[in-house]
Design a protein. Structure first.
Length: 423
């Protein structure tokens, strides 16, 4: 699993020190209760999926990593920390590996920095034996802002340094995985946003996946195993539900994937990113493998015919906010995975205090926080809060109790895995 934990701190003092540098994005982490809440939320996600190996980004120094290990321990989970503080001295964001001590999968674990003295500054390389095979994991957090010219230039340099590491590891006989926050799109694997705004402007993914010139790609993106395409998003980048966090695996392991998922039940307490998880069917008595989509896949068209209905709903809004999409019937288990997306259509940030959602059964969900201008917010609905009915429902967006928008869908439109678009 890979997971960007968005400023996972150890203490309020850390937050004050970082804010003293002029660093933004720390939110309201001035109180230890907020920090404790985040550690508990991250631990809950880990407990729900129990990955054998976990790569975290934006862990702030060893103190935060140690605190997470203690929180996991309190919940009965025994994870080993493989850690070195990154060479990013200003932001102090680190990459950390956590290994499940009870898995019995890994041995001879070592970590080191990349050999390049500068790039990537937030990167950690773990070497080990996985089921007795020499294996390496390159955990990274590449330069942010996917489309900014200077960021693209730096990410290209970071990718070149990663390629050098991959070549050296390959020559030493390692099977190598690359995982983390790439802050970039994969041009050959469509994600939930097929718009031109979510199109890569760098060669980062191509370079890393095809690190040996000539021949086929050495690495493949596990996003290809996540279906439907509408589920392929890990971050809301300026209103775009898109995939910037990835796990790249050796192509030889492509036939060993038994599970690939982006858990959607991640709340704001944990992070603004979603984790990515895979399971490999190595050493299993019964192995049922997934089949990846071809890399020539065409992005889905959001308007899909469903019987005599389609998945585009018409529901104008009279306010600054509007509901733009619903997923009432996700593939598989519904509970804790249904989604609703709201958008701030205005040119200013909007406080969500006083805003709420209500279904036809009068279940009400109060919203909180702030929605930046022109951005979207994905809300994962818990069954006990406001479930979206598969046999049709009416969802109202309310401001101070007054109706701003009403969205109605039918059972015929709530197809499995279908995202209903609202205009």
């Amino acid at each position: 699993m890979t997971f960007n934990t968005k400023w996972l701190l150890a203490s309020a003092e850390q937050a004050q020190r970082l804010k003293g540098k002029g660093i933004w994005g720390l939110g309201d982490k001035d109180e230890d209760t907020e920090i404790e809440r985040q550690h508990a939320a991250v631990s809950e996600i880990i407990a729900n999926y129990l990955p054998d190996l976990l790569c975290l980004q934006e862990v702030i120094n060893r103190e935060a990593a140690d605190r997470l290990i203690r929180t996991l321990k309190q919940g009965g989970l025994d994870y080993e920390l493989a850690f070195m503080e990154s060479r990013e001295s200003y932001l102090e964001q680190d990459v950390a590996f956590l290994i499940n001590k009870n898995s019995g999968v890994f041995s001879e674990i070592k970590v080191r920095y990349p050999k390049d003295p500068l790039n990537p500054s937030k990167c950690l390389i773990l070497t080990c034996k996985m089921h007795g095979v020499d294996t390496a994991f390159v955990g990274l957090h590449l330069k942010s802002v996917p489309t900014k010219e200077s960021s693209v230039e730096l990410r290209e340099k970071q990718a070149d340094a990663v390629v050098a590491e991959l070549i050296a590891l390959d020559q030493s006989g390692y099977e190598t995985f690359v995982l983390g926050d790439f802050n970039d799109w994969d041009p050959s694997v469509p994600d939930a946003d097929g718009s031109p705004e979510a199109t890569p402007v760098s060669n980062v993914m191509r370079k890393i996946k095809d690190y040996k010139t000539g021949g086929d790609r050495e690495l493949m993106n596990i996003m290809r195993f996540i279906k439907p395409v509408s589920q392929r998003f890990t971050f809301d980048y300026h209103g775009s539900e898109t995939a910037l966090d990835h796990i790249l695996i050796p192509t030889a392991f492509g036939g060993k994937i038994t599970e690939a998922v982006i858990p959607k039940e991640v709340g704001e307490d944990a992070s603004d990113h979603l984790p990515v998880l895979i399971r490999l069917g190595i050493g299993l008595e019964t192995e049922v493998y997934l089949t990846p989509d071809p890399i020539s896949e065409v992005p889905i068209v959001d308007r899909m015919e469903i019987g005599n209905n389609h998945n585009e709903l018409v529901a104008p809004s009279s306010g600054l906010l509007r509901i733009v999409s619903l997923v009432p019937n996700p593939e598989g288990k519904d509970s804790g995975r249904e989604q609703l997306t709201i958008q701030n259509t205005s040119d200013r940030d909007v406080s969500l205090r006083g805003w709420s959602l209500m279904d036809s059964a009068k279940h009400r969900l109060n919203l909180a926080g702030t929605l930046p201008a022109k951005s979207k917010k994905v809300i994962v609905l818990k069954a006990e809060e406001m479930p979206l009915n598969n046999d049709g429902d009416t969802i109202k967006l309310l401001n101070q109790g007054a109706e701003v928008q009403q969205v109605r869908y039918s059972s015929g439109q709530a197809g499995s895995g279908v995202r209903l678009l609202v205009r």
